[in-house]
Design a protein around this ligand. Structure first.
Ligand SMILES: NC(=O)c1ccc[n+]([C@@H]2O[C@H](COP(=O)([O-])OP(=O)(O)OC[C@H]3O[C@@H](n4cnc5c(N)ncnc54)[C@H](OP(=O)(O)O)[C@@H]3O)[C@@H](O)[C@H]2O)c1
Ligand SMILES: [Zn+2]
Ligand SMILES: [Zn+2]
Length: 373
């Protein structure tokens, strides 16, 4: 079957003929891959900065943001049948007996760093015609999400962050007792830093949770990302036009800052805007940039006197995948055209090597393996 393979040694990316996976265990699922999203991690792998083939293989099949259709299930698989749409989780446990999170199925919190990730580290990914995996790692997606289900994995970043946020803010009277899920953020302000797919999906999740939400990002409006933000009811403020004081005047002092730009200097600047009892969530992974010096004593004073938290978050557990599917359904009902517009373009598999190495790209580019209809 076809697969998009990255050869780190030879520094090449090619469409190869890859051996089709076989379903062996009774708990496994065989699925036909429909779509695979491309993100910054894939582009890093395509620049050979990251990405590790499975032991003994010279290439890594890339792709971790998937949507597939079940073809065959083992006898011990419950709740999945041929024809179902599914998303497959990315990270697998390190298998070390001393790793409590991995032992408990929370490999997104692995402490050893010896985890593997499909399409990223030590396991082949999904940019290929078929996949096989254990049903534990496979999450069902309703049929009406066929056109947007590939956004599930990138949305899990925000879903996990929100799970952590609710836990964190249980430390004080912050959420109204008994508030419905779509009201837990009510009365609070959120600023999202960055308007890429991680930022826009994060903004949708915060808005859906009831936050008054503002995106603070580089490009001046109008631009497609700012237009999308405005269309869903998020304020868009350009950091090229407004400094931090102006952001606070326009948006108010945020109770939550959701960082999704991956630029350390800007993140540390915006951290200064965080309000009392606020939580700053880092999701961005900065490159090896030269960050400017930081006034650490001012930061420490603000954090202590303001009871503030800084949280970093990566990858996601099964719960966040399931809630991402539910949220995607809610977004699809509330903002059908805006959610669909996050996917800028669909490409044939043969175009993937060029797409992965091309620096200009849309909000979310998707490789469609079953044709471009
Ligand atoms: N934690 C996780 O599990 C996880 C998973 C995947 C990705 N990530 C990380 O999440 C981050 C965002 O990913 P993405 O795919 O959404 O990235 P992206 O498409 O590159 O979007 C980045 C956004 O940040 C804005 N930005 C860049 N520099 C800025 C600056 N100096 N000031 C203000 N805004 C700036 C960009 O503005 P323009 O629109 O003007 O370009 C863009 O809107 C990345 O760092 C990525 O590595 C984390
Ligand atoms: Zn990704
Ligand atoms: Zn582990």
């Amino acid at each position: 079957m076809r697969a998009v393979a990255v050869f780190p040694q030879a520094r090449s990316i090619e469409v190869v003929d890859h051996t089709a996976p076989e379903r062996r265990a009774s708990t496994e699922v065989l699925a036909k891959v429909l779509e695979v999203g491309v993100c910054g991690t894939d582009r890093e792998i395509a620049r050979f900065e990251y990405g590790i083939p499975p032991d003994g293989d010279e290439y890594l099949v890339i792709g971790h943001e998937s949507l597939a259709e079940v073809v065959e299930v083992g006898d011990d698989v419950d709740g999945l049948a041929p024809g179902d749409l599914v998303v497959t989780m990315v990270r697998r446990a390190c298998g070390r007996p001393d790793c409590r999170p991995c032992r408990a199925g929370r490999q997104d919190f692995c402490v050893t760093g010896d985890y593997t990730e499909r399409g990223i580290k030590g396991r082949h990914g999904f940019m290929t015609d078929q996949l096989v995996d254990d049903a534990r790692f496979i999450v069902k997606v309703p049929a009406e999400l066929r056109k947007v289900g590939v956004l599930t994995e990138p949305l899990t970043i925000a879903q996990k962050a929100l799970e952590e946020l609710w836990h964190a803010q249980d430390r004080l009277p912050w959420i109204d007792a008994g508030a419905a899920p779509d009201a837990r953020g009510r009365g609070h302000r959120a600023v999202v830093l960055g308007a890429g797919p991680v930022g826009l999906l994060g903004a949708m999740a915060l808005l859906e949770a009831g936050f008054d939400t503002t995106i603070y990002s580089r490009s001046p409006a109008p631009n497609p990302k700012a237009d999308l933000a405005t269309a869903i009811g998020v304020r868009y403020v350009s950091s090229s036009e407004h400094d931090l004081d102006e952001l606070i005047q326009i948006a108010g002092r945020p109770d939550v800052i959701y960082e999704a730009a991956g630029v350390a200097d800007v993140a540390m600047d915006v951290l200064q805007a965080l309000g009392p009892n606020g939580v700053f969530v880092f999701t961005g992974v900065p490159g090896p940039e030269q960050a400017k010096p930081l006034d650490a004593s001012a930061l420490m004073r603000r954090m202590v006197l303001g009871n503030q938290l800084i949280l970093g978050t990566v990858n996601a557990g099964r719960g966040a995948y399931e809630s991402a599917v539910a949220s995607l359904g809610a977004f699809h009902r509330r903002w059908p055209s805006e959610l669909a517009a996050l996917i800028t373009k669909r490409h044939a598999l043969e175009e993937a090597p060029g797409l992965l190495t091309n620096s200009s790209h849309g909000i979310k580019d998707v490789v469609a393996l079953d044709g471009l209809s």
